[in-house]
Design a protein around this ligand. Sequence first.
Ligand SMILES: [Zn+2]
Length: 172
Amino acid sequence: MKETFAIETTRENIKQTLDTVKLKAMDFEEAQEIIEKIDALSNTPGKRSKEIDILRGRLRNSSVTVETLPEFRILLELVFGVDSPDVQNALEHENAHANVVQQEGAIFTGYSLLVAKDGEEYNFLPGTDYETPKRWSVKKREDVYERILNAPNKYGNELSESDRIRLSKLEE
Ligand SMILES: [Zn+2]
């Protein structure tokens, strides 16, 4: 009984956060531009981390981030519908990324859902947030980044289109 109450409270909190983010959600085109900029900067050696942090902050402002898989399930069910196969697929996909983040010693910071306005509709992009330890070399960061991108493959889930694009850019 107590547990049911806790889950209901969690669901209510997540729904409120989602509704708040929807009101201030950025346009889908703008979100895509920012994601492309971050990817381009990430592939450029050198100290661009400040600019990347600012861009990430803008995406975060249009995202809901939760810490655990049960919370992430609630969030995904709210946007895709309880019976949608997209829920389980996104859970498995992002969990695969998160597992490799932790195996590699990077710092998992949450499961996220980017909320973007597309005309009268919304687009929802699930993701896994993490940071890399400051002491890591550029080479180490790149190797780990590649393994994190590839994680769904390893766990029998499909790579997303953005995973594939990012991996192919690494091979250039
Ligand atoms: Zn992915």
